[in-house]
Design a protein around this ligand. Structure first.
Ligand code: CP3
Length: 339
């Protein structure tokens, strides 16, 4: 087996850091925009295994990244739990009815909505080059719950934070349901052919310390343990965005194999405080990639220099922006690979 990304995630430092980018399959690619227009929208694309497999492979074909990430969305889990999911043009996703005023148990479960995802995984697994690592993913419970409760994205997640204080029993039931569904969802992705999975916790940074322990650490630890029970040796990346000084606790207490750093984290600090040998992923500022030129070169060099010993996977600190020029992605790959 020669899969540099998988090897790095399992703790083996690579001579050249393997690279993939969060949101690498998406709107900055003309071939993505063309297929999305043909299919008529995001959900139609994500639920068509032939099209979703094609979109997953597009960035590998164009750039030769070391990892391919399944084309799907973290909101597929709420959709399978029975909320309606829409992606309106020019606005963020909507989930109906919002759980702030609607009981979780009143939703009609629709687990078959996830079946196309597993079909997509099988197709991609058969199509990837042998050196490419295939990544699955899910949202972490807190982040997914913020969308389920509010019915949409929000700046500070205040509606969900207030709900969690007001009714921790009802909120805990939502979290528990997401945990159980996510364990099964990720296990089935692994059984269908993904080689590692990432837990996206985009809003992990909005919680006070006690709430963070309860709604971020504990549910992520439960997913890690439950997934390892079902799939021994499962390789799991945690990406708790925006948690700053809570990173060492997250790394120790959740049991993830590798940790994704957002662009606000000082990589030298992370290298000093994270457990020895733990693989890290990140953390170029997506806006440096958008800007290009000397700012991009400088940003890349700083990230490359920051992890002299531990296994490092090069990535952005968050998803690639839709207006990022293709030439900047080419510049990034050439510099990381020393070409
Ligand atoms: O990384 C990849 O290339 C794989 C696919 C992927 C998507 N969403 C496709 C997508 C992944 C890993 C995600 C994760 C996701 N989705 C997160 C966590 C990571 C993050 O960015 O914080 C979140 C919070 C979501 C929820 C979501 N989906 C939002 C808020 C939006 C609208 C904002 C936006 O960027 O458009 C989406 C839509 C979405 N998911 C698109 C893509 C390619 C754009 C849809 C389109 O084509 O219009």
């Amino acid at each position: 087996m020669n899969k540099p990304l998988l090897a790095a995630l399992k703790g083996f430092r690579q001579p050249v850091p393997p690279i993939w980018l969060m949101r690498q399959a998406g709107r900055y690619l003309p071939e993505y925009r063309a297929l999305r227009a043909e299919k008529g929208g995001f959900l139609a694309l994500a639920t068509d295994p032939v099209a979703a497999a094609e979109v997953t492979v597009q960035p590998i074909r164009r750039f030769g990244f070391d990892g391919a990430i399944l084309f799907s969305d973290i909101l597929m889990v709420p959709w399978a739990l029975g909320q309606d999911l829409t992606f309106g043009p020019g606005e963020g996703p909507r989930l109906m009815p919002p759980l702030v005023d609607h009981a979780l148990d009143a939703l009609v479960r629709a687990p078959a909505r996830l079946d196309p995802v597993y079909a997509t995984v099988a197709r991609v697994a058969a199509a990837l080059p042998p050196t490419t690592t295939f990544l699955g993913f899910a949202g972490s419970p807190w982040t997914v719950a913020t969308y389920m409760v509010a019915g949409q994205g929000s700046k500070d997640q205040s509606e969900t934070r207030a709900f969690a204080y007001r009714d921790p029993v009802a909120f805990g039931a939502i979290i528990d349901k997401i945990v159980a569904t996510t364990i099964d969802y990720l296990a089935r992705q692994i059984e269908a052919g993904v080689e590692a999975v990432q837990l996206f916790d985009s809003w992990a940074g909005s919680l006070s310390p006690a709430q963070f322990e309860r709604w971020v650490i504990a549910p992520n630890a439960a997913i890690v343990a439950g997934l390892r029970d079902r799939c021994p040796g499962a390789c799991i990346i945690g990406f708790p965005k925006g948690i700053g000084g809570k990173l060492p606790a997250y790394a120790r207490e959740t049991g993830v194999d590798a940790i994704g750093l957002d662009e606000t984290v000082d990589p030298a600090w992370a290298d000093a405080v994270l457990p020895d040998g733990m693989p890290v992923q990140g953390n170029l500022d997506p806006l440096a990639l958008f800007a290009g030129g000397a700012a991009l070169d400088d940003g890349i060099d700083r990230v490359l220099a920051a992890f002299p010993d531990r296994p490092h996977v090069f990535n952005l600190g968050h998803g690639i922006g839709q207006h990022t020029p293709i030439a900047h992605v080419e510049q990034l790959l050439a510099r990381v690979r020393g070409a």
